[in-house]
Design a protein around this ligand. Structure first.
Ligand SMILES: [Fe+2]
Ligand SMILES: [Fe+2]
Length: 296
């Protein structure tokens, strides 16, 4: 069954902004240091809850229903051909930044600002330059939205497909609508996988993480690639729900995923980075590790 679902505009973009997913993550996994993102007061968080919470719920309903094993295989076949665009990494970032959400521009940070804040927080803590670069790049795969992908095939928590959906994944009840959950090949604990087979043998739900991993996999150190590929795999890096699929090497590498996650979630600040000041540093870093152009 390789039918693409026919979607309404509401089903393509259930979220007012991609940031609603990220705000929901912060609500789910609050900063242990206790600081809410400074640009949102408690009051704003409360105000946001009612309508945005409903849209996040709707978002996951669609995500859990449509992210089947076959759906992922189709997206891989389409996007991993890399025949959409060829551009410099900085150019890809500027392209990503044309993704404008319709929510309040006074509150929302654009994509480039989130990436620079993440990277600058990593840099301020004295981490190696490839880690800083990873912070800068990690959401570049969201350009999928600009290729017409629905939000739930770009962002959202990721999870393995081809085996049972863990009840530790957010809104697990929505997997009842996913045809894979009725498929005997896929609906057991291991499904098509085996004990500690290693994540490299596991197909993840489709989104910006997997896509960027494939764009960068020949160029960045392995810890960077784990951070990119699994940064939205909350049911593992936060909940340890898929220990039975990880091998020893995955477990060692997930220490880096864990190290990265707080920078992604908790680095938001109302102080917007001055792009023109930071650009030369990041252009040098890009040139050190990545080719002059990448294919999307
Ligand atoms: Fe991300
Ligand atoms: Fe991010």
């Amino acid at each position: 069954m390789n039918q693409q679902p026919t979607l309404t505009a509401q089903e393509i973009n259930p979220l007012g902004s991609l940031e609603e997913w990220e705000d929901d993550l912060i609500a789910r996994y609050p900063d242990p240091a206790g600081t809410q993102p400074e640009h949102k007061t408690k009051e704003e968080f409360r105000n946001y809850e009612a309508p945005a919470r409903d849209s996040v719920r709707e978002f996951y309903k669609l995500n859990h229903r449509y992210q089947t094993y076959d759906f992922v295989k189709q997206k891989q076949a389409d996007y991993l051909a890399f025949n959409k665009k060829e551009m410099s990494v900085w150019g890809a970032m500027e392209f990503l930044n044309t993704l404008v959400d319709d929510s309040d521009p006074d509150i929302e940070l654009d994509q480039l600002q989130h990436l620079l804040q993440t990277a600058e927080a990593i840099r301020a803590d004295g981490h190696p330059d490839w880690f800083v670069l990873t912070g800068f790049l990690h959401d570049m795969g969201k350009v999928l939205c600009l290729f017409g992908e629905p939000q739930w095939a770009v962002v959202g928590d990721t999870f393995p497909v081809g085996c049972q959906h863990s009840d530790k994944i957010v809104y697990p009840e929505f997997f009842a609508d996913n045809p894979d959950s009725q498929n005997e090949q896929f609906n057991t604990k291991y499904g098509i996988y085996s004990h500690q087979c290693g994540l490299d043998n596991v197909t993840m739900s489709w989104g910006h993480d997997e896509y960027l991993y494939h764009i960068t996999k020949d160029y960045l150190p392995e810890p960077a690639l784990y951070m990119i590929r699994y940064h939205s795999f909350y049911s593992q890096h936060r909940e340890k729900a898929y220990d039975h699929l990880l091998n020893g090497h995955d477990r060692a590498m997930f220490k880096w995923v864990d190290k990265f996650n707080p920078y992604d979630l908790y680095s938001k600040s109302p102080k917007t980075p001055v792009v023109s000041e930071l650009r030369p540093y990041y252009e040098d870093l890009i040139a050190k590790y990545l080719p002059a152009t990448v294919r999307l």
